[in-house]
Ligand binder design. Structure first.
Ligand code: ADP
Length: 546
């Protein structure tokens, strides 16, 4: 007799879990290394076997301290092995790791910690002065201090290393969980309005990790040496800690030392094969490197063949070309805290194989194509989908299993999500026939002059293509006649001199029409940075109100 019962899958109902990555690392990659740079610039080495053991000890210790499922455990830490242990140890115990951005003001951090209801805090000893500025405003029940500078912590708080050494995790049991249970959370930077919490799940994290590690993107291997300069306190360091654990890649953490000289020193100590950072950091690095080639040619070597994933802000073509001269290929990615973050990557699709050199660089300076599992569309001002013709622009909207569908304890707002549930990113872009996204601006950074839009990103990229310009950021200033006009803030390379006319001539030579040219140019020593190291355009608008 044929049964009429519905067909069901025969697959095991096993939930996706990041605990599996930790178990894999313990089983398969025990001898691979994790290196961290300490505050005194010395290096501390661990193997994945050490990290595996210590992470489970952390999970057991948190459980013994009374952590309940879903409790938030905040971290206030630089990039190092203990932060990696927290990425896995907190969820292993059933907690939710909440990375606090150490570059925010004390009041902002306190607001965020309270909004998330953080119960535990893991903090670097070198960051205790920052913690002391806001601790009284928060309700941390347990503060665990990481003796990162090498001294055992003796205050009333717990010492991380003592806690671990007193904890036997031989019989540690992972907390029961469903794949949709939260593992971590991160707040948006809140450049418009209050920061909002994005909560990632086991499922979203596993899927994001698998996609990121694919061949056309990070192409992560156990033989890789990964140098995450992107902070672990923001957007999960683009997911690289999860990918490295899954693949057993060697990790080199820069600790608190992010100056170009320090990064270059670190790269000599353990030459990376994959490095990640925002464009501003990479601009400083290449300028320092090239200047040193003139005076101390043997001081540093950039690792030949290193891949570099750069994103978080538009990557100027000039930067990609500058690294290419030294054999380093920069791959651009676009995404945001809300999207885990990887959404698009500029990679050499097979159809570009015969493209000219110029075309390859032009594409590398684009945000690239959506990664698998991400649906992407461009919505014009009338709510219609823009054609993928490289011309029509509109807001990027995305949807997918690692894209947030709401914010922590915030009612869903129409300006954040479309009626049919897609995330409204606030980024303005076009997509071409190859599926490559070209970001024109953030909605709030576009310059509206006499009814026409001017792209600040295009002007910045053109300015930074000038050999005498180190950095450039373009913002809108109010204008009675035109509503808004562009103002360009420019940082010249050491010893360079350029006047306004030369700058305008350069832009015209790069193809800009007269009405698109900035009305004003301001020469600065440095462009102010946001808490995540990007150009701080809000601050520039405050500095130059009109
Ligand atoms: P914030 O910059 O506000 O701290 P995120 O780190 O989430 O928050 O940044 C997300 C934003 O960064 C995106 O919405 C976009 O504006 C910008 N961004 C990220 N990658 C790129 C890129 N490759 N090109 C241009 N802009 C980018």
């Amino acid at each position: 007799m044929m049964s009429n019962s519905p067909m069901v899958s025969t697959m095991m109902p096993v939930h996706l879990s990041i605990n599996h990555f930790l178990e894999r690392a313990g089983l398969l990659f025990g001898t691979n290394e994790v290196i961290s740079r300490r505050p005194d610039k010395s290096y501390i080495h661990h193997t994945y076997a050490d990290i595996y053991k210590r992470t489970r000890q952390l999970a057991q210790a948190l459980t013994d301290l009374g952590l309940n499922k879903g409790d938030r455990v905040a971290t206030l830490c630089w990039n190092h092995h203990v932060h990696l242990e927290s990425y896995f140890g907190i969820p292993a115990a059933g907690g939710v790791m909440h990375t606090l951005n150490l570059r925010l003001s004390a009041d902002e951090i306190a607001w965020i910690a309270n909004d998330a209801q953080d119960r535990f805090l893991i903090v670097d000893d070198v960051l205790l002065p920052l913690l002391n500025q806001f601790k009284d405003k928060c309700r941390f029940e347990h503060i665990i201090v990481v003796p990162f500078s090498g001294q055992v912590h003796t205050g009333p708080e717990l010492d991380y290393e003592s806690l671990l050494s007193q904890t036997d995790a031989t019989h540690f049991q992972y907390a029961d969980h469903h794949e949709d249970d939260p593992v971590s959370m991160c707040y948006t930077s809140g450049t418009t309005g209050k920061p909002k919490g994005v909560v990632y799940s086991h499922r979203s994290t596993v899927l994001h990790t698998l996609v990121g590690c694919l061949g056309d993107f990070w192409s992560l291997k156990s033989t890789d040496v990964v140098f995450p300069v992107t902070p672990m306190f923001h957007a999960n360091s683009w997911g690289i800690p999860y990918g490295a654990m899954m693949m057993g890649a060697k990790l080199v953490f820069p600790g608190p030392h992010l100056h170009p000289e320090d990064l270059l020193d670190c790269m000599q100590y353990a030459p990376p094969s994959l490095a990640l950072g925002v464009p501003t950091i990479w601009m400083g690095l290449i300028q320092t490197y090239e200047a040193a080639l003139q005076t101390q040619p043997d001081r540093w070597r950039l690792p030949k063949g290193m891949r570099s994933l750069v994103g978080g802000a538009a990557v100027p073509e000039a930067l990609i070309r500058a690294f290419d001269k030294h054999g380093i290929w920069i791959m651009q990615g676009w995404g945001m805290t809300e999207t885990s973050p990887l959404c698009t990557v500029s990679y050499p699709k097979s159809e570009f194989a015969d493209a000219s050199e110029q075309e390859k660089f032009r594409r590398a300076a684009m945000a690239g194509a959506p990664v698998p599992l991400v649906d992407l569309r461009i919505r014009d001002d009338h709510g219609h989908n823009a054609a993928w013709d490289g011309q029509q622009v509109g807001e990027i909207q995305v949807r997918g299993p690692f894209i947030t569908g709401s914010y922590h304890q915030v009612p869903v707002e129409a300006d954040k999500f479309s009626d049919d549930g897609w995330l409204r990113t606030g980024d303005v872009a076009s997509v071409d026939a190859s599926g490559f996204v070209r970001i024109t601006d953030r909605t709030k950074d576009l310059i509206k002059s006499g009814g026409e839009w001017i792209s600040s990103v295009d002007l910045e990229n053109a300015l930074m293509a000038h050999p005498s310009i180190a950095e450039a950021a373009v913002v809108a200033i109010p204008d009675i006649k035109w509503s808004e006009r562009p103002l360009a803030c420019v940082v010249l390379k050491p010893g360079a001199a350029l006047d306004t006319q030369a700058l305008a001539n350069h832009l015209q030579h790069m193809g800009f029409a007269k009405w698109q040219l900035p009305d004003r140019y301001e020469l600065l020593d440095q462009i102010p940075r946001t808490s995540t190291g990007k150009f701080y355009k809000l601050k520039l608008r405050e500095m130059f109100p009109a």
